[in-house]
Write a protein that binds this ligand. Structure first.
Ligand code: MEV
Length: 309
């Protein structure tokens, strides 16, 4: 058995506005991962995907039309590689909560793509894996910007301007981040669709909010590269207020954001699609435990600590 994996992600600044061409900053979460385990089988037995978390047992036939993200990722990968389905069972499982803004779908696809390339005995370059994961995201999540698959496949903090233009994020000091889960599942497709409708209804106000988020991201790049954590925190708060204007926050997210700030976090905001899912708080290594306890007391069903460096 050989195991492949891919991390969860957080958006540090710029979600939603990135769908409209603004820059955004994102980072992988190394301790939260999706996995794909390859169990080779005797020759001629074909390929099966075992989705451990849902109990689904999915045979992969290149010719079949199947409405399933895992099978679609397998088909796309094998077609791209020009390979027949290998004789194997691939067990897929994930420690990343579903529909919570942490990129669980893209991480599962990335781990599966790596596993299948290995099972076929071929290399799959990150640029190609990224394009394959993006196509699956597109089918299942509407109009993704491509930031989620990119940070997950390249597994490093990035400044994302477009699918063709992203660079490693230069940090003057490491960031200690808490991730607080509201426990409310909220598909990104819905919040992205609602922002689109808001833009149709009130174009000027929505565009100016989107552009203001882009300006926050540019300022955050400077603050982060200077290691100015105080400014980075202030900019997170600004970003959260702008996301509220886009209507993608929720009472539960706002409560966790306010709690983190009251407990001494340098900044806090929702992260990802919003409406539920997760928020992040920028903390110092000295105070993180206090903030984490307060987040749990305010209803966070999970709190994870991660370092972005
Ligand atoms: C989701 O992690 C980030 C969004 O901006 C959607 C996207 O960029 O595709 C909400």
């Amino acid at each position: 058995m050989t195991t492949f994996s891919a991390p969860a992600k957080i958006i540090l600044y710029g979600e939603h506005a990135v769908v409209y061409g603004q820059p955004a900053l994102a980072a992988p979460v190394e301790s939260l991962r999706a996995f794909a385990e390859v169990h080779p089988q005797r020759s001629g037995s074909g390929l099966r995907l075992l989705a451990v978390d849902t109990g689904h047992d999915l045979p992969v036939d290149l010719a079949a039309e199947v409405d399933d993200a895992l099978v679609e990722m397998a088909q796309r990968t094998l077609r791209f590689l020009g390979a027949a389905p290998p004789s194997a069972v691939v067990e897929v499982y994930s420690k990343i909560p579903l529909a919570s803004g942490l990129g669980s779908g893209a991480a599962v696809s990335a781990a599966l793509g790596r596993a299948l390339a290995w099972a076929c005995g071929v290399e799959l370059a990150p640029i190609d894996l990224n394009a394959l994961v993006y196509e699956v995201e597109r089918r299942h999540h509407g109009t993704p910007s491509g930031i989620d698959n990119t940070v997950i496949v390249y597994d490093q903090p990035i400044l994302f301007r477009s699918r063709e233009d992203f660079t490693p994020l230069a940090l003057g000091a490491p960031l200690t981040i808490l991730i607080g889960d509201t426990g409310i599942r909220a598909p990104t497709r819905e919040s992205v669709g609602d922002v689109r409708r808001l833009l149709e209804r009130d174009r000027d106000m929505t565009l100016s909010t989107i552009e203001a988020i882009g300006a926050v991201v540019e300022q955050a790049c400077v603050a982060l590269s200077n290691g100015d954590l105080e400014m980075a925190g202030i900019l997170m708060q600004k970003n959260h207020a702008l996301l509220r204007q886009l209507t993608v926050s929720s009472p539960e997210l706002d409560r966790l954001v306010d709690t983190a700030l009251e407990a001494g976090a340098l900044g806090a905001k929702l992260s990802g699609g919003g409406r539920g899912g997760n928020m992040i708080a920028l903390v110092t290594p000295r105070m993180w435990e206090t903030v984490a306890d307060r987040l749990r007391g305010a209803g966070a069903v999970h709190v994870w600590k991660t370092t972005v460096a």
